[in-house]
Design a protein around this ligand. Sequence first.
Ligand code: CP
Length: 341
Amino acid sequence: MGSSPATPRHFLRLQDLDTREVDDVLDLAGRLRQGVRGADLQGRTVGLLFFRGSLRTRSSFEVALHQLGGHALNLNAASDFWSLEERTGVVMDGEAPEHIRDAAEALSCYVDALAIRPAPAGRVWERDRLDTGIHAWAQHSKVPVINMESALWHPLQALADLMTLRDALGGDLRGRRLAITWTRSPAPGSPAGVNSMLLAALRAGMEVSLAHPRGFDLDSAVLDEARGEAQRSGVEFQQVDSMDTAVEGSHVVYARSWWPLSSYGNPTLTASRLARETGWCVDERTLALGEDARLMHPMPVRRNLEVTDEVLDGPRSLIIQQAGNRLHTQKGLLSLLLRPS
Ligand code: CP
């Protein structure tokens, strides 16, 4: 890992790292958590572009850079930026006064990496799923681009989730059982974190049960990839329409709400679908169906709707460790990504 100015090494999805590199990041993150010093990033700057809000990613990224001696340049992209054109070859007579190409090349003169959370348009899934925004930044940037959650992937969350799973279950995750379950929320989030977790867990050799109501399937290409990962790892990946069925016998329950892709961009239809799906809440009874099961959720979490207070505040909840591991894994990633080549 590491990059030269001519060939920046981007981190757009977890699969941009091979399994050895993931191990390296997680091992380094563990040492950093114990107080070992990471890379010295003095004089190095990472530009942060949040085109939509964040609590954990923004704060953990800024603190990670600070603790490594580097500098975070938060560009307040959600409020202080004009819109950017991402299509190539168009006559720019519309709303956007600047092209991503020019923004990316200019910023590359000042910073050592760009970390970006794009804001998908939210109208047509077939368009948003292409993640054209983050790909345009990566295509034109002369420095590494780090995805801080696009429409399809949230690789930084997946690194912290893998570290949390290792902490809870031991270093080798092979054969351990993970239940990923949809939970109900009036305003579900993106499936990006679940997509990344699903592929990461299967690549690590976990057996995965994915539960959601009918009509809330994940992106079909992600599911195809998940089946491929399961086959390569020689593990089982099953999809069910019952939280209880998924949780039965599991070691970890990963809860998260996501919007139905089949009514993406149609808030009225989405609201009527969500209203029908009662009961998708992780409580003590649900967790007891697992095998001494722990609870994970990437947050933000709606208490007593997605997961009960009793579970979230109980001894089997890992959500704060997950949030804390965002800091350590991002320090590990930055140490390896920005080290001199
Ligand atoms: N889990 C996560 O990415 O949190 P934020 O949206 O607060 O960054």
